[in-house]
Design a protein around this ligand. Structure first.
Ligand code: ATP
Ligand code: MG
Length: 359
């Protein structure tokens, strides 16, 4: 069993808290993505798992073994770094051999390991090249081979696609995922790109300001976000702060009144509604009145930005057919917005990352 378990993991740099109270389990063969904005502690978490950063508190278990204070080479992890960090003066083969040398492996065994790892990423024919003689995508695959060569129990990837263009990115993304599934690698990948996380991961971890806000499948995070930060970070969401009155009325801070489920608990809250759950009709009198401020055509989707009493509401839908009255809508037109009350989620007013600074 090669599962990874983090318990109450923390890292402070002097007075600055980079990571705090991180509890996380990555199951055997599972790919989990750490997702969050720049500076939220993703790299620090991964480096603690790899052994390059000493935790301030907490515990790291790999396959049930406590490795919290073990050196990197004794952890059975393979890591791909944020800027893939190949050694420029070493050939592809020497780069891939690096981790094996660190583990004091004999020459014949090492050469075999290098060849196997390069075959995995289909680069065995370029073993003698230098990194600068490779394309970006090929360099990326050398970095993957270097991490895989040590036959890790836990595979760690820090934004492995960040230096690739959009097309190469989706290609390498698929390669990593199929390699990971074929080898059954327990994998923790860092990204700040939600699309990358949604397409690759079995489960996602949303972090903000050093803390884990929510862990779940893409669908769980999208359909049942724990707070406004997660709702806004995984997919797009209309988020409006206000107050729930008894009887299913939500009063926005700017005086609007929206229907919410009858049984909603009264009090301050954030009204959350996905843009594809809002219906839009030309003219007034059929729902919440607004005015179109922008229309974006995205191929498979059209997005309408609707100004409602000075607040922007996002509505998305497949492009309307040619004979639809929506087809003629233009900026400045009056429209009405409606939605099914069941599509509304009321989220806690304070994002959980601001709550409880317990010691
Ligand atoms: N060696 C260090 N000394 C002091 N502070 C550090 C150190 N390394 C990281 N930090 C701080 O810890 C916080 C988390 O950094 P980290 O690199 O983990 O973020 P990240 O989520 O990986 O961000 P990005 O998406 O930009 O890579 C940041 O505020 C950063 O400035
Ligand atoms: Mg980082």
């Amino acid at each position: 069993m090669a599962q990874l378990k983090l318990s109450n993991l923390a890292k402070h740099f002097g007075a600055a808290v980079a990571v705090e109270h991180v509890d996380l389990e990555v199951r055997d063969g599972e790919l989990v993505a750490l997702l969050g904005p720049s500076g939220c502690g993703k790299t620090t978490t991964l480096r603690m798992v790899a052994g390059f950063v000493e935790p301030t508190a907490g515990q790291i278990l790999i396959g049930g073994k406590d490795v919290t204070h073990a050196p990197p080479y004794a952890r059975d992890t393979g890591m791909v770094f944020q800027s893939y960090a190949l050694f420029p003066h070493m050939s592809v083969a020497q780069n891939v051999a690096f981790g094996l040398e660190m583990r004091r492996m004999g020459r014949a065994e090492r050469e075999q390991g290098v060849l196997e790892a390069l075959k995995l990423v289909k680069l065995d024919h370029l073993a003698e090249r230098l990194p600068r003689e490779l394309s970006g995508g090929q360099q990326q695959r050398v970095a993957l081979a270097r991490a895989l060569a040590v036959n890790p129990s836990v595979f760690l990837l820090d934004e492995p696609l960040s230096n690739l263009d959009a097309k190469l990115r989706s290609e390498v993304r698929l390669q990593i995922r199929s390699l990971q599934q074929r080898l059954g690698l327990t994998t923790l990948i860092v990204t700040h790109d939600q699309e990358e996380a949604l397409t690759m991961a079995d489960r996602l971890v949303v972090m903000d300001r050093g803390k884990v806000l929510q862990v779940g499948t893409a669908e769980e995070l999208y359909e049942r976000p724990a707070n406004a930060f997660v709702a806004g970070f995984v997919g797009r969401c209309n988020l409006i702060s206000g107050f729930v009155d008894p009887g299913g009325v939500f009063r926005t801070d700017w005086g609007g009144e929206f229907a919410v489920p009858q049984e909603s608990a009264p009090g301050k809250a954030i009204f959350a509604l996905r843009p594809e759950r809002v219906a839009l009709r030309p003219g007034t009198g059929h729902g919440i009145p607004g005015r179109i401020s922008a229309i974006t055509y995205l191929g498979s989707l059209s997005e309408y930005h609707v100004d409602v009493s000075g607040n922007s509401f996002l509505v998305s839908m497949p492009p309307p057919p040619n004979d639809s009255p929506l087809r003629c809508l233009k900026i400045g037109d009056q429209v009405s917005l409606t939605w099914d009350v069941a599509a509304v989620r009321l989220l806690p007013f304070e994002p959980s990352s601001n709550q409880g600074e317990e010691p």
